[in-house]
Design a binder for this molecule. Sequence first.
Ligand SMILES: [Fe+2]
Length: 371
Amino acid sequence: MKRFHKYELTKILLNVNRIMSSSLDLDRVSDTILKESAKALNADHASLFLTNEKLKRLVLVRAIGLTGDDIGNIKLLGSWEVINSHVVKRKRPLIVNDVTSNRIFRNKNLPFFKEALPIKSFIASPLKSDNSVVGVLIIGNRKRPGHLFTRKDVKLLAGLSNYIAMALLNAKVYQRLKDLYVSTVTSLVRAVDAKDRYTRGHSERVMKYALAIGKEMNLDKETYENLRLSSLLHDIGKIGIKESVLDKPGRLSRAEKNQIIGHPSIGTKIVESIDDFHNIIKGIRDHHERFDGKGYPGHLKGETISIEGRIIAIADTFDAITTDRPYQRHCTEKEAFFEIINASSTQFDPQAIKAFILSFSKRPETWRSTG
Ligand SMILES: [Fe+2]
């Protein structure tokens, strides 16, 4: 039987630490913790429950080695609640090598007995912070039949748990900061949109459309997150333009036109001054570039335009066409759709257009300007 050494514990901690230092993303950190712990205990299932402050109870945040149906069963039948409340109450790990004969599970309605869950044995370890339980980590089932969880496994998991609790709390705090950050940026953007009576809600709709396209393009997580903020902030440069120019129904003078055309560059300057925003500059700078090189401010062509800029260009145009503007009444979503796909390869990136078509046909509700 495999035994665990300090060496293995160190290896797992180092792996978790590596992910922690490269990303504070809660999903990634949770995923690494589950995979590493399951690997260390030679198990094929791991699930992580964390305290939800709003609901004031533990909720399942991630599981590996279970099917969607299994997870449905967990939520529905509450078997894990029995385990969790046991662990939370005692603040000690629980080892069960045969759920069918364990005294905790005398309630015959639990899915273990109906074999609804493919778990026969498990270790549940409390994740403690300041002596209170903030979560429970459950590692279940041996890959090799006949193998039982041992006291050594419990020890290993208990050793890991303290570190995991700290890692998760850091990721959670970071997530909360990120949410706060996005809501602060949203208020700022609303203030900019409110300058122009025609563009109320514009930036948030553009973000919704841009993310829908980004999803179809399978962007990596970092680019997707950059797209989120850069689409939301794409018109931040309009902060420096007078309402009378933004709202003007008639023809614009050359000077006024120059002011409008200057907003991607002004936006770039605004975000350049903020350290954390350097990743979102491209999307703001490039959202009026055209695929054929006839856009502004850089007259960039093809893929020299950032992917964020190419996507925001479609999202921005879709919103401009489907909402009233000083110079035009709005078109229907369908009319906007055809107008945009007609400009594939000239104004817009054909790859991003492909994703736009897919999203528009699969999820038309996303592309409703009132939604
Ligand atoms: Fe713009």
